[in-house]
Write a protein that binds this ligand. Sequence first.
Ligand code: 9MR
Length: 372
Amino acid sequence: MTRRAALGGLALALPAARLAAAQDSAPSLSALAAQKGILFGTAVGAGRPGTLTGMLSDPRMMAIVGRECGVIVAENEMKQYVIAAQPGKLAFERGDSIANWARDHGKKLRGHTLLWNHPKYTPAWLTERYQGAPREGLATWVRDYVGGVAAHYRGRVHSWDVVNETIDPDTGELCDSLFQQKLGFDAIRIAFEAAKEQGPDAQRVYNDYMSWGSGGAKHRAGVLRLLERFRREQVPVDALGLQSHIGVGDGDNATREREWRAFVDAVTDMGYRLLITEFDVNDRGAPADPARRDAEVAAVGKGYLDMMLSYRTLDHLLCWGLVDRYSWLQGFTPREDKLPQRPLPYDARYRPKPLRQAIADALIAAPSRAAA
Ligand code: 9MR
């Protein structure tokens, strides 16, 4: 098969400038998604201009978000280490800058995240204050904090990642953190209960990055045990957020697809809805040549999305950024050849790539959610 035939369609057949022009007049990803009852969107960061998280201050970036997206989520601005950076006050300014952009542009807003069981992302003052204190102090803090943030964004955030990444991928057990040491599972229960109390209309999501590769087996098993426990103990959780940080060369296709489907089927059998919350395609495993890389990224992305969009209870598809220059992967897993990663639907010069076409094609092929 030729490269063009293998990857198919418009994306590789046209030079970049004509492709961009063609896609300006093509239906947006949000419009294609809406036809199937799916919300399409992206994370947006309000970090320092010119940095990996500085999207909100980049008009070209935000024009793409405005055109392509029906929903946005704050990349970092609603995390505990931002809102509770100082003791005794909740700092909403940065989160509000994202929320206000969504309001001003008629976009829906997801919230991320109320409790992240990770020492690195827990404010230092909180650990100092509660480490040696009676457990009730921290339990009250978690209830007040989660409730306070949920109340602040009530009516604006329609879906919350209430708890993020609380399963240790190496053991499948709850992560070791201040919250876990002092409160165990109660920290998680309190978070979901407080989110329900103060933001009853928002969907409550458990969000994690368990992967479909063979290395993800313990992680997936741990997440399933957690989801079972939620049901057994009537913790009010509506959905599982599948982060979906996938990559080129993540293992053998047939095996990973079989194992992944078994995992997702078990989740939906328990009555959870599904969301893709942080989609991107790491290209560390792909060759340097940009065209080949983009082709592999698009092919892997399309395969994954086709599989996942076949689940009719999955009704959100959010990318973790839209333009390569703002991808967290540039800093987190740089390529060995030091070339910038190309994991998102638009390149560093804001031109649509084959991954954008792959997302469009997957949305066009997806069954409608109307009957889900
Ligand atoms: O993209 C985010 C990066 O800017 C932050 O430094 C990092 C730590 O807060 O979080 C990144 O986003 C993560 C998300 O919150 C949870 N899932 C994994 C994402 C990528 O690491």
